[in-house]
Ligand binder design. Sequence first.
Ligand SMILES: O=C(O)[C@@](O)(COP(=O)(O)O)[C@H](O)[C@H](O)COP(=O)(O)O
Ligand SMILES: [Mg+2]
Length: 423
Amino acid sequence: MVGITYEDFLDLSYDPADSDLVCEFYVEPAADQDAESAASRVASESSNGTWAELQVDGGVTDLSATACGIEAATAGDREGYRVTVAYPDALFEGGNMPQILSCIAGNILGMKAVDRIRLLDCTWPEPLATSFAGPQFGTSVRSEIFDADDRPITATVPKPKVGLSTDQHAQIGYEAWTGGLDLLKDDENLTDQAFNPFEDRLTESLAQRDRAVEETGEPKSYLLNVTAGGTEMLERVDMAAEHGCEYVMVDVVTCGWAAVQQVRERCERHGLAIHAHRAMHAAFDRLPSHGVSMRVIAQIARLCGVDQIHTGTADLGKLANEDTVGINEWLTSDLYGLDDVLPMASGGLHPGLVPELVDRCGTNIGIQAGGGVHGHPDGTHEGAKALRAAVEAAAEGRSIEAAADDEPALATALDKWGTETPR
Ligand SMILES: O=C(O)[C@@](O)(COP(=O)(O)O)[C@H](O)[C@H](O)COP(=O)(O)O
Ligand SMILES: [Mg+2]
């Protein structure tokens, strides 16, 4: 038997093993702690230690995490430390994201020993990363579902976000698709309410979709929001497949990662792609000094198997977001052969912002505009034409002004919104 205390979880000479999960935290020690004592408590409480000295079998310490790096750091205008913690693979149950998060983002976020703590980044080892399904399609949706591997794919959410009838919703889809957009998207809070029931919305929207495909000769699809309680959500996934939809959309943060993993399994059976909306992410990532970063949320989403996820607008839109470009790079980088994820830019976008967005984020993205399409002075169809023209011009390296000369709908959008970020 050996006695273990907090101090046993600190070893600044430790070099993480290849099979370790390595996490980076921003930490502000409480007044009665220093950087080392706070770091050792982070490693201990997030693996298998606690506040009292324990007498344990030697083998138990093989599961103990090690705080192995401490350096001064800032978060916004605050000062603290960047603490590196290495977690042995055996601590985790492969393929079980809630268990992993209960370790690395669990009790430690509420410890009195730290005033602030934020999980900034993770380096996922191969055994643990490949214990997850990962995405089925990722960025290949651009060519596998659409003929769009030379440009960003486009999407629009009918606005107002809820309250439209099923007919109105489907009609807006028709106008947007025939205006040149690839995807109709449900809003994050539209599920199966009486004014626009789920199954009616599904069948009518796909009927309008089929009309639009007939007329345009282009593939079109629908990001159908299946978000609901456990089994109900899986039944909605089955319904989407039965009706010939290629996608489902899930509010991944509010549903929880266990539910996302279940949806991933079910979508494998049907060959459906998963669009991840991140509503509630800001509760975790808005403050730079506390919580869980969007970078880590995106990593979790990739491992759990989503094909597309909102990652922000590189600060061009109406919502605060962090590190869109860095997160997008991670989502499209190699990860032991797991598929990548298509980043979706959304939130306050309109055609005038597209050139700068593509400059910052490239073309291997999706672009969603709701207000930026339906707020067009001449309505949804013209708004869609304007967005399509702006996206094509940006992808081809043509100026938006020149594109506006060819597409009056775009000229109208530029007159209305210019290249301003909405507030
Ligand atoms: O409800 C909205 O605000 C949106 O539908 C955008 O509408 P607009 O196009 O009309 O702005 C999206 O939910 C946000 O983009 C989500 O934020 P994020 O993409 O940052 O996760
Ligand atoms: Mg929305």
